[in-house]
Design a protein around this ligand. Structure first.
Ligand code: FAD
Length: 306
């Protein structure tokens, strides 16, 4: 905690620290990730969340690309409409799984025509899931680094790529994982956004490994507020993020107690982001799952207000 933010009160031998309210932090950059809604009710919540988060002036709001391109049209529609309706810059995710180079290039050109200049470039997973080997399309991009190079040839896009503080499940070792990230940055990516993680020490170790390998691009922590512990622990298991024992214990027995669950979720995420902030992190990416409340609260704690 910074000294100027701290009042030290000496009372009968007890030292108490009281945190003063954060001052506004114009140097902070936040981005918010959404997924394309499937139903009218989900779409209503999507737009409500965008409307509530837009006044925080995020660097961008991104919309994911369903496995195997299954949300291709919806991703494009949502991203185009976000910028048109809310004025917030929008980023479209893109994967190269199951598609030829020509097909992927068409999607990139479609993004450009719709005025979208930010892309989150990913390899994607095989339809069977991340545990299964990835086989590129015979005429397709081989991996995310190859995709970044392809996008760079098509225009002047702002490109983000994925990074894994606990190592990608398919990387045989840390050297292979970091080399892969370096290839993506060297191919022209502007920044890396991390997979969710719950131990900040994992993030710091990863950043150190990347810097030691000569990666200078920003490595933005991806923060996953836990709206539902059951759902998030299921996701985490599938993407190689671990759930620490202490975290599981905090949510244990709260399945039927949504109010306490929400309070614990807010406290856990607040602890994570304030610790990162106090250690000098100035860029954050929030996985919103199309909900705004926890992210709004976290932004306030960071000193970001409408
Ligand atoms: P890559 O960087 O290509 O690498 C994946 C793995 O393959 C690494 O282990 C790497 O070491 C290995 N590898 C790569 N190239 C080679 C090579 N030539 N030889 C040997 N090994 C190699 N998925 C979606 O479907 N849609 C989304 O919208 C989406 N958004 C995401 C956003 C973020 C911020 C993150 C972190 C993930 C997202 N994902 C998304 C998930 C992502 O698609 C998966 O994690 C996928 O398994 C890997 O994608 P990648 O871009 O990291 O792949």
């Amino acid at each position: 905690m910074k000294e100027e933010q701290t009042n030290v009160l000496q009372t009968e031998g007890i030292t108490r620290l009281s945190r003063q309210p954060e001052t506004e932090r114009p140097d902070l950059k936040v981005s918010f990730e959404f997924f394309p809604p499937k139903t009218d009710a989900m779409e209503a919540r999507f737009w409500d969340s965008i409307a509530r988060l837009a006044p925080l002036k995020p660097r961008f709001v991104s919309v994911t690309y369903g496995a195997g391109g299954s949300t291709r049209e919806r991703t494009l529609r949502m991203v185009s409409q976000i910028t048109k309706d809310s004025g917030v810059p929008a980023a479209a995710h893109l994967t190269c799984v199951g598609a030829s180079r020509a097909e992927v290039d068409e999607v990139v050109k479609g993004y450009a025509q719709a005025g979208i200049s930010r892309i989150v470039a990913l390899r994607g997973d095989p339809p069977e899931g991340v545990g299964h080997p990835f086989t590129p399309h015979p005429d397709g991009y081989e991996n995310a680094a190859d995709l970044v190079a392809g996008i760079r040839k098509l225009g002047d896009f702002d490109i983000s790529v994925a990074a894994y503080p606990e190592k990608h499940p398919q990387s045989p070792d840390w050297d292979a994982d970091i080399d892969n990230l370096k290839r993506k940055i060297d191919a022209g990516a502007d920044r890396a956004i991390t997979q969710m993680f719950f131990e900040n020490a994992d993030y710091w170790r990863f950043v150190e490994r990347a810097r030691n390998a000569g990666i200078e691009a920003p490595i933005v922590p991806g923060i996953q507020p836990i709206h539902s512990f059951k759902q998030i622990s299921g996701f985490a298991g599938k993407c190689g993020a671990s759930i620490p024992h202490w975290l599981a214990e905090r949510f244990e027995g709260l399945e039927d107690d949504p109010e306490t669950h929400a309070l614990v979720a807010a406290a856990v995420a607040a602890e994570q982001v304030t610790e990162l902030l106090d250690s000098g992190v100035t860029e954050f990416h929030f996985y919103t799952l199309n909900r705004s409340s926890l992210v709004l609260a976290l932004a306030r704690l960071l000193g970001i207000r409408p």
